[in-house]
Design a protein around this ligand. Structure first.
Ligand SMILES: [Zn+2]
Length: 279
């Protein structure tokens, strides 16, 4: 550096160290700008499916805020060879929706019915899931709820499938034999919703047209039914009947059925329907 340049730098207050710091700052700023460009490109490539995962729109706010929704306290065993748990754990409708794959009217109805029945059978409010067996109809939502809430399993002969139980269940405590039938009160499930579901299923079975707007309407009305049910005192929506001397069936009457909640999997979406509409 010339004597003139050194004089200029001194006059401006710059030292050799200052110049190194300024060079490093410029490099850091350039790196930060490059990083921001990469991040913004990545953000543009996030798929709608990934965005839905981030938002967790499988569980809408109306469910999270429902008045009569409460966790169920359950006991299991500590391990594959374990003793009964010393302390209960809570399970929630949200947990069940995550595992089932969606929150639907059947799952919500089953949650209300099974929760009330289990609280009747376990008056201290803690459900021993090693001591329950269940009869459910053969439908994906009902059988999943019947297994996950109670600990009953088809492969162990503690979950039997029989469509004659309708939109309800029969539960029995294995240790005592005490059994309860739970049913939905007449008029709770809207007749027009049942008719729309039946109509869509019948047309899908025949391979005839179902409009995307009809699927939207079914989902909207089913969510409204679920929202109302979760804001209704359970005893106003269901009936519980103790069954004397109940003999648990030794086999399922309706052991196999085609999966019924995927029949519209590949149907187009309405152009007006936005992600998260069912919130
Ligand atoms: Zn379902």
């Amino acid at each position: 550096m010339t004597a003139q340049a050194e004089t200029l730098n001194r006059d401006c207050g710059f030292t050799g160290n200052d110049r190194v710091i300024r060079r490093q700052s410029r490099r850091s700023a350039a790196r930060l700008a490059a990083l921001l460009v990469v991040l913004s490109l990545c953000a543009m490539q996030v798929s709608p499916a990934q965005q839905r995962v981030q938002e967790e729109d499988f569980y809408p706010a109306w469910a999270a805020q429902a008045r009569y929704l409460q966790p169920l306290m359950v006991l299991d065993t500590d391990s594959a060879l374990g003793r009964r748990n010393l302390y209960p754990k809570p399970i929630t409708l949200r947990d069940m929706a995550r595992m089932h794959g969606h929150l639907c009217d059947g799952l919500v109805t089953a949650w209300v019915e099974l929760g009330s029945t289990l609280r009747l059978m376990f008056p201290d409010g803690v459900v021993d899931r090693t001591d329950v067996r269940v009869v459910s109809k053969n439908a994906p939502c009902w059988a999943d709820a019947g297994a996950w809430m109670t600990g009953a399993r088809m492969n162990q002969g503690t979950l039997m499938l029989d469509n004659s139980v309708g939109d309800g269940f029969i539960l029995q405590r294995i240790s005592t034999g005490n059994a309860v039938r739970v049913s939905l009160r007449k008029g709770i499930y809207p007749a027009d919703l049942a008719a729309l579901e039946q109509s869509i299923r019948a047309r899908r079975a025949r391979g005839t047209f179902v409009a995307p707007a009809e699927i939207d309407r079914f989902e909207r009305d089913a969510n409204e039914y679920s929202r109302k049910l979760l804001n209704t005192p359970p005893d106003k929506a269901i009936t519980l009947e103790r069954l004397a001397d109940y003999h648990f069936p030794d086999h399922s009457q309706n052991a196999l059925a085609p999966r019924s909640d995927t029949i519209n999997r590949d149907a187009p979406r309405s152009s007006t329907r936005a992600s998260g509409e069912n919130r």
